[in-house]
Ligand binder design. Structure first.
Ligand SMILES: Nc1ncnc2c1ncn2[C@@H]1O[C@H](COP(=O)(O)OP(=O)(O)OP(=O)(O)O)[C@@H](O)[C@H]1O
Length: 575
């Protein structure tokens, strides 16, 4: 990835915050951090000048000067320490504000328009582990951007200030080539440039593979983490199958990627460390060696010699920005790459209608749910339903049936608007409140009350109504546990969870209810009771169910049969 592109992408991710409603506070804070940065550089230059006076007072046995130097040093050090403390404080405040803003932005982008669902359908592995992107990558982006940009600024100012000092201390070095005398101005500066330039060149050369390796490492770590959390989620099924060995092999297989990549990182890092530590070790002696000719020819005194060594250290550390920040720069590029990918794919999903989704949805139908010439496909383009045309009137009861895999659930997904591989026209009533109940309903982590009201109702529901609804759904044994916080999907049986889903229906009273094998875990008598209760309590609600059981025919008036090759037949039950 070219440098210009990295910076463009970084700006693309960053700009929204710096131009957002929080921009003034952010810029103010940034100004404070920069001012404190410059303050610390200024104090460092004062300490540098102090070196000269201090060692000079020692060399000339000047006791007064010595004491004065010690006091000056204490004052300068105190100011430096205080400035650094405030600098860190302001920087961390800016960091957390920026991260909060960016997290909110990514989160709402991801949750908006069911992007989190469509992303896995449309982007596959290209936008893997969105959780890692929103938590770790956003944090790393903010941290690294602030660190690298502020360090760069500080280093630029440091280098300029100390180059000025070094230039003045360099005097004129005379080189003799035969009879010709060549004056060299600022030789200390040129030597520092040469030394730092060589170090930077070799570090970039050696460390380049780290960009890809760091990127892969984070990807493999996230994959491994995801695998383990999936294992935890499916603990019961795996325990029934006694699939531990299989899971262990799979997990170790995933870990192998981490390990192989890590070993590659290790050998690059070892070479880099040899280079960078050798580089900083020799830097100390290099400065003294370079200044020595002027000292031994009596052109500078001992204090200036120390001042040069100190200034040299500053110029080199400023120059070696790339050396010090190499791994950080590599991580930064990797993070930008990942966040940018994520952003691009989320935008693609938002724009998806033009590419894949040719289903037109309009509101305001007078007749009910009107489906016109609806085609439903699999992601690979295979047609599941061809040119379906039907009208579901308020209070209608339709059962969708057909062999396993023929596209029943996918048709429901299309009607509720989350399946993007469809074409045709769906018109729904203006006030349609739609509810979709899958075989295994989502149970949020929280109280049972929250699970019952998920994702929230427009009307207020009091405790009495909740208890009565639980009783109606044959869940009265749970009425005393409304405020318990649990992972309810782990505690309740599948049948109980299906009855909680029915309780949600009764509490939220949708106009359109889609049930996808929502009673598969109930005995036939309870299934009958639940359907009859919904029919009695919500007579105007249109019910569209998917299921295999023959008993379901009793609770529906029409049947829509799919054959999985595009064919369909809508008929009255009993005909
Ligand atoms: N996310 C997906 N990616 C790729 N293919 C999918 C996806 N979801 C469903 N399919 C495919 O679409 C086809 C229809 O699936 P669907 O779940 O709608 O079948 P179904 O009729 O409800 O099956 P069952 O009765 O077994 O529940 C299947 O071949 C399935 O593999």
């Amino acid at each position: 990835m070219r440098r210009g592109i990295v910076l463009k992408r970084a700006w693309r991710i960053a700009r929204a915050f710096w131009l957002s409603e929080e921009k003034w506070a952010a810029w103010r804070l940034l100004l404070v951090v920069v001012a404190l940065n410059l303050g610390t550089v200024y104090i460092s230059t004062r300490i540098n000048v102090w070196h000269s006076a201090f060692y000079q007072s020692i060399q000339s046995y000047d006791e007064q000067g010595f004491i004065h130097s010690i006091i000056t040093f204490c004052v300068l050090s105190l100011v430096l320490v205080v400035l650094r403390g405030y600098q860190l404080y302001a920087r961390m405040l800016l960091h957390i504000r920026w991260r909060r803003w960016l997290t909110k932005e990514y989160l709402s982008h991801w949750l908006q328009g069911q992007t989190y669902y469509r992303l896995q359908l449309l982007a596959g592995n290209e936008a893997d582990n969105p959780d890692q992107r929103i938590s770790e990558d956003v944090e790393q982006f903010v941290q690294l951007t602030l660190r690298l940009s502020l360090d760069l600024l500080q280093d630029l100012v440091t280098v300029s200030s100390f180059v000025y000092i070094l230039w003045n201390l360099s005097g004129v070095l005379t080189l003799r080539l035969g009879d010709t005398v060549i004056p060299v101005y600022g030789y200390l500066v040129w030597m520092a440039f040469l030394y730092a330039g060589a170090g930077t060149y070799w570090t970039v050369k050696l460390g380049r593979p780290l960009v890809r390796l760091d990127y892969d490492q984070q990807r493999f770590e996230a994959d491994f983490r995801f695998f383990l959390s999936r294992l935890r989620e499916n603990a019961e099924s795996i325990a029934f199958y006694q699939g531990e060995r299989q899971e262990e092999l799979h997990a170790l297989g995933k870990f192998r990627y981490i390990m192989d990549n890590f070993l590659q990182i290790r050998s690059v890092r070892r070479k880099l460390l040899w280079l960078t530590s050798g580089y900083s070790q020799t830097a100390v002696i290099f400065a003294v060696l370079v200044a020595a000719p002027r000292y031994f020819s009596n052109q500078i005194h001992l204090g200036q010699m120390f001042q040069i060594a100190d200034a040299y250290g500053h110029v080199q550390s400023g120059f070696s920005f790339v050396v010090d920040s190499f791994t950080r720069l590599a991580q930064w590029r990797a993070v930008i790459n990942r966040l940018n990918h994520f952003l691009v794919y989320m935008e693609l999903v938002h724009m998806a209608p033009s590419a894949y989704d040719r289903l037109e949805r309009t509101q305001g139908s007078q007749t009910g749910f009107a489906i016109d010439a609806l085609d439903v496909q699999k992601p690979d383009g295979q047609l599941l339903v061809r040119q379906l045309t039907a009208v579901f009137k308020p209070g209608d009861r339709v059962l969708i049936c057909g062999p396993s895999g023929c596209g029943k659930s996918t048709l429901l997904r299309t009607l509720t608007g989350i399946w993007p591989y469809a074409a045709g026209h769906v018109r729904q009533p203006q006030t349609a409140a739609v509810m979709f109940i899958p075989q295994k309903s989502y149970m949020p982590i929280g109280t049972l009350r929250q699970a019952l009201l998920y994702p929230g109702t427009a009307r207020t529901v009091n405790g009495q109504e909740l208890v009565a609804t639980l009783e109606l759904c044959r869940l009265s044994h749970l009425s005393g546990r409304l405020e318990e916080v649990l992972e309810w999907d782990k505690v309740l049986s599948l049948g109980e969870q299906q009855r909680v889903a029915f309780a949600r229906v009764l509490l939220q009273r949708p106009n359109w209810l889609f049930l996808d094998e929502a009673t598969s875990a109930l005995d036939e008598e309870t299934e009958r009771f639940m359907y009859e209760t919904v029919g009695r309590r919500l007579p105007q609600t249109t019910l569209i169910s998917v299921g295999h059981r023959r008993t379901l025919l009793t609770y529906h008036r029409r049947r829509l049969e799919l054959d999985g090759r595009g064919g369909w037949r809508l008929s009255a039950i009993g005909s």
